[in-house]
Design a protein around this ligand. Structure first.
Ligand SMILES: Nc1nc2c(ncn2[C@@H]2O[C@H](COP(=O)(O)OP(=O)(O)OP(=O)(O)O)[C@@H](O)[C@H]2O)c(=O)[nH]1
Ligand SMILES: [Mg+2]
Length: 223
């Protein structure tokens, strides 16, 4: 299953859904929307996605998708990716292959084969800072802990359906899964910067989110 959280991505989501549907015919593509003031849901449905509606927020969209997926018997894998075109569908086969010997695969801008051409220096430093701080606090050796491009085996999806905190969707989740004994691998993925639309990042809100995430990482290693 391919899961795509989307808010106000009408100009971008159609191409992502069509690429996913043509690369993986027969695999459900689920777009989870909330808070949209544009035609994201209609565009996604027109492109062939199943559209779910959730409570407000990125994390709520993911939680809704995990719960939906956990109820499906024989689910082979779950990919989560952005609706804005930053996460190339062409990388998904490599991520699924990497799930052969991992429980979680992170699509990474910062390991061999990955890139973040055109991204602002500030954003690149933020990603490195979050990853370095997470490593210092928890020992988790992942270079791109902020990537939303991830693949999960079904047993991880079951855990996320139960335990995922929709307010804290980042490094702390990977630290929890690592401490539960799941194997996390990273593979390089080239990611473009966002073209158009509104990012959920930026300003004071992002700084507060980063601080809360690192506090949650610290709590994970104490519990
Ligand atoms: N359903 C839903 N989706 C959201 C919400 N906020 C963000 N998203 C989607 O989640 C994905 C990630 O959000 P982005 O703003 O692209 O975050 P990002 O990729 O880390 O930041 P950029 O590099 O600036 O794009 C995108 O597909 C968004 O449309 C939300 O409140 N609800
Ligand atoms: Mg994005």
């Amino acid at each position: 299953m391919i899961v795509i959280p989307a808010r106000n991505e009408a100009p971008r989501v159609g191409a992502v859904v069509r690429a996913a549907k043509s690369t993986f015919p027969g695999i459900p593509v689920i777009v989870v929307v909330n808070g949209c003031t544009d035609s994201t849901a209609a565009v996604a449905a027109e492109a062939g996605a199943e559209v779910l509606h959730s409570e407000p927020g990125y994390g709520q969209a993911l939680l809704t998708a995990y719960r939906h997926a956990a109820g499906i018997r024989g689910l082979p894998w779950l990919i989560q990716m952005d609706a804005d075109g930053q996460h190339p569908v062409s990388a998904i086969p490599r991520m699924i292959e990497a799930l052969q010997d991992a429980d979680v695969v992170v699509g990474s801008r910062l390991v061999d084969g990955g890139s973040s051409v055109g991204w602002s220096r500030r954003r690149r430093w933020t990603i490195r800072l979050m990853s370095t701080a997470t490593r210092w606090i928890s020992g988790l050796n992942i270079e791109d802990v902020t990537s939303g491009f991830q693949a999960f085996r079904p047993d991880v999806v079951s855990v996320l359906a139960q335990e995922f905190d929709p307010e804290l969707t980042d490094a702390n989740v990977l630290v929890r899964l690592d401490r539960m004994g799941f194997c996390i691998r990273e593979i390089g993925v080239p990611m473009e910067k966002r073209e158009g639309g509104e990012s959920m990042h930026g300003g004071v809100r992002s700084a507060i989110f980063a601080g809360k995430t690192l506090m949650a990482v610290s709590q994970e290693i104490r519990s």
